[in-house]
Design a binder for this molecule. Structure first.
Ligand code: URP
Ligand code: ZN
Ligand code: ZN
Length: 448
């Protein structure tokens, strides 16, 4: 079993969905037993960045809460936190009610919500307090996607100040939307309409500038800040600097930024649309720094940013103009196995750090710990059994995620998830969902 203070050989006693005891359990105790000798047991994965059943850029993500939560279970994630997206003119409590209606009774694993504020209105600040009281203790704002979700610095500053006052976390999408739009327009005018334009219009500096600006705004507001989906060495350096100066700045990266290279945008035809995510994939020098950031604790979390759009009929919206390709890719099912297989087994992360970035860290950061993210008495019995001797191969054809491709097609992954338990109930067994489709519960989260 792997927990914060290291790996231990031990028994775990589960009762009524909770961890009852950790340590040697005498054989005389009359309980049903599962022999997992030779396996690695970790706390259930906590994926704090997903987009299910979400209208975005003219399409709706292809996974709803039902299909994506089954994929989560299969991939060792027993809790996810989904971004409830505000529509223009909608009040925050209405957004929450709409999102709860989409997920309620349809999730196979536990879930919670962040609230993505895209359209500020006069009573926004008062309404932020209402959703925090309902257990939604994190918000997201965008520094890019002009005309769709982007806020100006004043709006960001106001929300940042209020989130801090409420003890809520502000998650920031840090890219300079103004510069991106100018660069993208130039590329289109020059006839460069294919998916490579996505990379060319979002150079690393567009992220680094926004991260540094976000940190300055957080300093001015004397507020903490959490950067989502960081992709660049410069962003990691900026976060590290702020942390060294004692600022409460934290951040996440995602599976695809750690493992996939920007060279994929040079693929044939429209194939590269599979990798159109924002920010874009980067080169090796950036990936090295993201891994280092995870090892050294500058980055606290690896999320999937699960945001699937099918190639057929969805990504093709941008076949003549890369700006219209819906941004996002599927990932919830493969986050934990890929991080184990290509993080731990390749020597980039220790087993302990792996558990921290896929489960304990996100649970702590988003008010779910110690119910989630740890194997200790009182915690939910969310457990993942990994067989280190086995291996698996990622294939879109056999995956549970509802999308017609995966960016990790044919990846060989050392280690295999053998069994996944949600509150003591078996929900997945060797790549197959075996749980109850409505077993997931909404998790109200604490404010800091
Ligand atoms: O490409 C991405 N990341 N799509 C999802 C929306 C977001 O910005 O998180
Ligand atoms: Zn984002
Ligand atoms: Zn996202």
């Amino acid at each position: 079993m792997v927990v914060e203070d290291g790996a231990h050989i031990t028994d775990v006693l589960i009762e009524s969905g909770r961890i009852e005891r950790v340590g040697r359990i005498p054989a005389s105790v009359d309980v049903e037993t599962f022999d997992v000798r030779g396996k690695i047991i970790i706390p259930g994965g906590v994926d704090v960045h997903t987009h299910m059943d979400t209208p975005f850029m003219g399409a709706v993500t292809s996974d709803d809460h039902a299909s994506a939560s089954r994929a989560a279970a299969v991939g060792g994630t027993t809790t996810y936190v989904d971004y409830a997206f505000q529509r223009p003119g909608e009040r925050l409590p209405e957004v929450l009610a709409r999102w709860a209606g989409r997920a309620g009774g349809r999730s196979a694993v536990d879930f919670s919500f962040h609230l993505a504020v895209t359209s500020p209105y006069p009573d926004l600040v008062a309404d932020m307090a209402l959703v925090v009281a309902d257990g939604v203790t994190s918000f997201k704002v965008f520094m890019a996607y002009k005309g769709l979700a982007m806020l100006d610095d004043g709006q960001l500053f106001t929300i940042l100040t209020e989130a801090s006052r409420l003890g809520a976390t502000l998650c920031v999408h840090a890219e300079n939307g103004h510069v991106i739009d100018v660069l993208a327009e130039r590329l289109i005018r020059a006839g460069k309409t294919g998916p490579l334009g996505h990379l060319l219009s979002r150079p690393p500096e567009t992220e680094v500038e926004a991260v540094r600006r976000g940190i300055m705004l957080a300093n001015m507001a004397d507020a903490p800040l959490y950067f989502v989906h960081l992709s660049t060495a410069g962003a990691v350096a900026a976060v590290a600097e702020a942390q060294s100066a004692g600022r409460p700045i934290s951040g996440e990266t995602c599976t695809h930024y750690l493992l996939l290279d920007e060279g994929l945008y040079h693929g044939p035809g429209f194939e590269a649309a599979k990798y159109v995510v924002s920010p874009p994939l980067r080169g090796r020098e950036h990936r090295e720094e993201l891994w280092r950031g995870l090892r050294e604790g500058t980055l606290a979390v690896v999320s999937s940013d699960h945001c699937p759009f099918c190639m057929a009929g969805q990504k093709t919206l941008g076949v003549h103009d890369f700006r219209r390709i819906p941004n996002g890719a599927p990932g919830i099912e493969h986050r934990v196995p890929l991080l184990y297989g290509h993080g731990v087994r390749s020597g980039r992360l220790s087993l302990e750090r792996f558990v921290d970035v896929v489960s304990t860290g996100p649970a702590r950061r988003f008010g779910l710990y110690p119910t989630k993210g740890v194997i200790r008495p009182g915690a939910d019995a969310d457990l993942v059994v990994i067989d280190p001797q086995a291996a698996s191969v990622v294939l879109a054809q056999t995956m549970t995620q509802d999308c017609d491709y995966t960016p990790f097609e044919r990846w060989h992954v050392p280690g295999r998830i053998d069994a996944v338990y949600l509150r003591g109930e078996l929900v997945a067994r060797r790549g197959r969902f075996v749980g109850r489709p409505d077993a997931g519960r909404f998790l109200p989260r604490r404010a800091a």
